[in-house]
Design a protein around this ligand. Structure first.
Ligand SMILES: C[S@@+](CC[C@H](N)C(=O)[O-])C[C@H]1O[C@@H](n2cnc3c(N)ncnc32)[C@H](O)[C@@H]1O
Length: 467
């Protein structure tokens, strides 16, 4: 370790900053975030500084004298090289303060780290000047790992420290706090439900500690496949989970983000081949949570778009288990982005409708074809590949033109993505020629003409060239 890190209490402390320019302003922002009262000392203080800080700072518009620095714990020197920073550093040291001189490491008693500030949680990163860019990159990565409300959660926990001490013997406290940070109380506090968190905390404290109580179920959207499309929250929850129940459409790259010791339970369904009945999935989520586990139910796309996430949420809540939902990028928006095709476009469609083309056995999807054909908007059909001929036929029968553009996106956002486009009348031929099996979306409407994909004739030409 090249320098020893410290956290200094500057709350309400006068903190001299020698200088009046941008560098001084930056240092002032840093210390003001920790509650310090910046004191700008320099003949020439930028009026912007006064505008920003107003009464929250002091302004001494002359060169510093020893008396200006008396009692300061730290002093910043932020003046140009020609303004003799060494002299002011010496003055501050003589006044007994630790000194930081901007851009002059040799004159510094301390350096300022890259800071992650989440209230009670402060993380400081230093590379001792060796790799500031790396330090900033690391900071961004750590920021992404931390829930936005982590500071509020820590404050909440601090408020119960004495109560926990009084209720739980020393031997059980560590386990208690471990469960706390992954359990329902923390989930509620992190979601901003302060009242719910308090209620759950009181209930947890009053429960005998040999019966630690249920965990929590997070119903999480994994997006359409590309791991970079996960939300930050989904990413964090996947990394924390004790057990992950996942569907067929959740990609391996995403599952590999899980802890190595987390249980991964496949509960996926292939069409007409329900690997695990829905009630069993719900029962398993509830059973794992009752063991006190943090359960992540990971679903492709968004859990509330054709994902039975609503049913799962109801079932878990009905069992008295805390549950929360984290949305995901749904296949329609993911595929549209991947195909460079806006789902609404001022010139082509003012609205978009999501429907499911799923139907049992040979039956046709039970949709109001007349209404869908009349809308003349963008129609996105999930699970529609198997019934594409019926879908196209019904829309045309009800008045949608056979020349309406369509796009078919299979495995959108994944490396194996296929995009083809053509006219509604040739939809089955397009699907057959491209060998689309799914998961795929059908996008019907004028916007589909804008998709980056092969047309039927381009597909045929490619086949000819290969042959
Ligand atoms: C049971 S639904 C689940 C939808 C999911 N909840 C969502 O919001 O995307 C499954 C259907 O979503 C569509 N789908 C999911 N991921 C896809 C992808 N990467 N590319 C194309 N379609 C996809 C397909 O129509 C698939 O049959």
């Amino acid at each position: 370790m090249k320098k020893y890190p410290l956290f200094i209490d500057l709350d309400n402390r006068r903190t001299p900053i020698i200088g009046g320019g941008v560098a001084a302003l930056r240092k002032a922002r840093l210390v003001a975030a920790a509650g310090a009262r910046p004191v700008f000392i320099w003949p020439d203080i930028d009026p912007e500084i006064e505008r920003e800080f107003g009464d929250a700072a002091e302004y001494i518009d002359c060169r510093p004298a020893a008396a200006d620095l008396a009692g300061a714990r730290i002093v910043f020197v932020a003046v140009e090289d020609g303004d003799d920073p060494a002299r002011w550093a010496e003055l501050a040291k003589t006044a007994g303060a630790l000194v930081n001189v901007v851009d002059r490491p040799a004159l510094c008693d301390f350096t300022t780290p890259s800071i992650i500030d989440r209230g009670a949680l402060v993380i400081a990163i230093s590379t001792d000047g060796a790799g500031p860019v790396f330090g900033r990159d690391l900071r961004a990565r750590i920021e992404a790992m931390l829930p936005a409300r982590i500071g509020a959660l820590l404050d909440f926990a601090a408020g119960y420290r004495d109560a926990v001490k009084a209720k739980i013997g020393e031997g059980g406290r560590r386990a208690f706090w471990e469960r706390f940070f992954k359990g329902p109380v923390a989930a509620k506090a992190l979601a901003g439900d302060e009242a719910g968190a308090r209620e759950a905390m009181i209930e947890t404290l009053n429960r005998p500690q040999d019966a630690p109580g249920p965990g929590v179920v997070h119903i999480v959207g994994a997006g359409p496949g590309d791991p970079d499309l996960l939300t930050l929250k989904a990413f964090r929850l996947i990394q924390q989970a004790d057990v992950i129940l996942y569907d067929r459409l959740v990609s391996n790259e995403i599952l590999n983000l899980a802890r190595r010791d987390a249980d991964r339970v496949y509960v996926g369904k292939a069409k007409a081949d329900h690997a695990v009945p829905q009630e069993d999935i719900e029962a398993r989520m509830i059973a794992f949570a009752r063991e006190g586990k943090m359960v992540v139910r990971l679903k492709g796309g968004d859990p509330f778009v054709f994902g039975r996430g609503g049913e799962e949420l109801e079932a878990v809540r009905a069992a008295g288990i805390a549950a929360a939902v984290t949305p995901g990028v749904t296949a329609a928006t993911g595929c549209a982005a991947a195909a460079g095709m806006a789902l609404t476009h001022r010139d082509a469609a003012q609205s978009v409708t999501f429907v499911t083309g799923h139907a049992k056995g040979d039956a046709e999807p039970d949709l109001d074809w007349g209404a869908l054909a009349a809308l003349k908007n963008t129609l996105v059909v999930y699970m529609g590949v198997g019934k594409a001929a019926a879908i196209a036929g019904n829309l045309i029968r009800c008045g949608r033109s056979a020349s309406t553009p369509v796009a078919v996106i299979e495995n959108g956002t994944r490396p194996e993505q296929i995009i083809v486009k053509g006219a509604l009348g040739e939809l089955p031929a397009l699907i057959g020629r491209a060998g689309v099996k799914g998961p795929a979306l059908l996008v019907i409407g004028e916007v589909a003409a804008m998709a980056d994909g092969d047309t039927l004739s381009q597909l045929l030409e490619k086949e000819r060239l290969v042959a």
